[in-house]
Structures are given as C-alpha cells and as structure tokens.
Design a protein around this ligand. Structure first.
Ligand code: ACO
Length: 329
C-alpha cells in the first residue's frame, strides 16, 4: 500500500548542558559519564518552552520539508511521557500551535518506544477503510521537567528534544509504501524498574510525595540496561527472520539513543556495527524523540537513498519495546 514518509523534522532546544556543567550540580565526572554512557552534552528547554512547543517546531519543519499545509492533516499523534498537562492531550495543543484543522488528535504513552508505537497506530488507521490520508506523528519530550537534578544516577542521562514524521497515503494499492514490518511488545511485570512513583491515581501529589522527591524518574539502571539489550536484539532478530532480510541488506540501523554501550551491544549482536547511527553523545536520551531525530539527521544530510532499508529499535518504561523495518522511498 502506498503509504509514504513525506517529510521528517526535529527541534532541539538551544541551551546545552555539558558533563562539565553536571559536575557542578552532582558528584560526578566527565570521565564517568563518558565511559558509562557515551553522553557528552544534552539540550535543555527553556522554562517557558513546553513539550507542545518543541513538538510544534519539529512538526513545522517536517511539514515544510513535505511541502504540505497543516490544514490538510487528518491525524496528529504525539508520543510523550512529558505532556504539557495530564489532560488535554498534547496533540490537540500542537494542532492549534501549527494551525492544523480539526483533525483527530491523541497522545501515545509508551515511553521511549512511543514513536514506533505511533508509526504502527498511524499506519493501521491510514490502511483501514476509514482511510486517514495524511498523518503527523511526533515524539516530543521535556525530560528536564521530570528529572531529579540531585540524583546523579539518572540526571546525567536525559535531554530534551522533539522529532516529527509526515505520512501520506497515495490511495493506490500498486505502489510500495514505507512499512516493511514491525514488532511491538510490552511486559508489565517489570513496570517498577523504570517509573515516576507519584502524581498518578495510585499516589496523587501531596506534600509528602513532593518532600520525598517522588515526582521524578526512578530507574534500576543495570536491570534496565540488560533488558534493553535483550529486548531490542530479540525484536530485530524476529523481524529479520520473518522478512528473510539479512543484516547486510540494512542500510542504517537506528536504535533508541539511551546509552552508547547499549547501542554497541545491540549492534554487535546483530552484526551491523558500522551502519548504526549514533548521536547520543550530543543529545543524551530524549526518549520518544530519539529515533525521529536520528531519522531526520540522516534524511537532511543526504545519507538515505530511495530503496534503502532502515531498521529501528526502541525500548522504554512499561516495559515496552519495538522494532520496525522501513523502506525509504
Ligand atoms: N557519576 C559517578 N558515579 C555514579 C554516577 C554518576 N553520574 N551514577 C552512578 N554512579 C555510581 C553508583 O553510585 C555506583 O557506585 P557504587 O558502586 O559505589 O554503589 C557505581 O557508579 C556503579 O553504578 P551502576 O548503576 O552499577 O553503573 P552502571 O555501569 O550500570 O551504569 C547506567 C549506570 C549508565 C545508568 C547504566 O546502568 C544504564 O545505562 N542503564 C540503562 C539506562 C537506560 O537505558 N534507561 C532507559 C530509560 S528510558 C525511558 O523509558 C524514560
């Protein structure tokens, strides 16, 4: 089916936070952060810059590249763990900020796997008889708003950013589309290893939860690391086996940018180390924005040609994980 990627975009906030800056905030060092994570810098949004602002800027750059007017969109999906507010959904706020019409808008919360979940949901809605023709999917995060800046084991890992992809269905059954194959999965039995404990219905905000710093990210680092490697590698292997595509046919692999050591471990197991795209050194972990930022950097720097196969893989809180094989057209 002729559903194609028509445009990609990204927005990275201006302010850079270096490892050196972090050494003045917590007991850490550039050497520890670099060797354990590969991260050198991350970008931090301004106080008056919200997730919807990052999302709208990424969306506008994707729509510009596609040469598409926002009024022609049928669907906007935002993936985020840092919505502007619990409700309304951030996609609706983005709709107004970019000047789209009264199209369908909703958010997806699948943490770092969210953009790949959004790809699958949008594809399904576009391929269905309801027939959404033009969709905008966005991964946007202001993770600096949920990081505990006194916790050295997590605050060094995350950054802010947004990415967007514009999809269009040409309505024909005889033209090739971008979607080759995809895998989505989740395991709720491990939900506690990566979470924000308070602020939801199980533990509403109170003076006690604020005093106990329970409104920011808590993570079991080593367990998360291990599950990230096994789940992303497993999902990619399953996709390759099911499609009969071999690693040497993959032009680019884009794993979620959480940690350079996780990326290297996945790449080595899949036997594609030299064609794995990495920018975690510059942005840190931007959760659901990360894969789209990579895709846009590859696209705008002319490193993708028609027919190229791109393998993406993600892992995040939930636990959720996903892999998707895209044909660049
Ligand atoms: N600077 C200096 N020392 C530190 C720091 C720091 N920033 N952070 C932790 N340490 C110390 C610890 O206190 C510990 O000290 P101890 O041995 O005296 O107790 C030591 O370093 C080793 O700690 P570990 O946690 O075992 O370090 P590890 O090698 O596992 O690296 C890391 C930690 C980088 C967090 C790694 O486990 C990791 O990358 N995990 C996966 C993270 C991830 O992918 N998260 C995804 C979240 S995405 C989402 O869904 C929002």
């Amino acid at each position: 089916m002729g559903i194609r990627i028509r445009g990609t975009g990204r927005y990275i906030p201006e302010k850079i936070l270096t490892n050196e800056d972090l050494t003045r905030m917590v007991d850490t060092s550039d050497e520890w952060i670099t060797t354990r994570t590969g991260i050198k810098t991350r970008h931090i949004a301004a106080a008056d810059e919200f997730t919807s602002d990052l999302a709208a800027k990424a969306a506008k750059s994707a729509l510009d590249l596609a040469g598409m007017a926002p009024q022609t969109l049928d669907l906007i999906i935002v993936s985020t763990v840092t919505p502007d507010k619990v409700f309304p959904n951030t996609a609706s706020i983005v709709q107004t900020k970019i000047g789209a019409g009264k199209c369908v808008c909703f958010d997806i919360e699948a943490a770092c796997s969210g953009l790949l979940y959004a790809f699958n949901v949008a594809y399904g809605m576009m391929a269905s008889p309801i027939g959404y023709k033009r969709a905008l999917i966005i991964g946007a995060e202001k993770l600096s708003s949920i990081v505990d800046w006194t916790d050295r084991s997590t605050c060094v890992l995350f950054g802010d950013g947004a990415s967007a992809v514009v999809l269009e269905n040409d309505g024909r059954l005889d033209t090739p589309g971008f979607y080759v194959a995809g895998k989505l999965a989740a395991d709720g039995s491990c939900a506690d290893i990566l979470q924000i404990p308070a602020g939801g219905s199980s533990m509403p905000a109170s003076h006690a939860t604020i005093d106990a710093r329970m409104h920011s990210i808590r993570m079991g680092g080593p367990k998360t690391f291990q599950l990230a490697v096994t789940s992303m590698t497993g999902a990619c292997r399953e996709l390759l086996e099911e499609t009969g595509i071999t690693p040497d046919q993959i032009r680019w692999a884009i794993p979620h940018q959480a940690n350079a050591r996780i990326i290297s471990a996945v790449a080595a197991r899949l036997n594609i180390p030299e064609r794995v795209y990495v920018n975690v050194d510059r942005y840190g972990n931007t959760s659901s924005a990360s894969i789209g930022i990579c895709l846009d950097e590859l696209n705008r720097s002319g490193q993708l040609a028609s027919g190229d196969l791109v393998l993406t893989a993600a892992f995040g809180a939930g636990l959720t994980w996903a892999a998707q094989l895209i044909r660049w057209i």
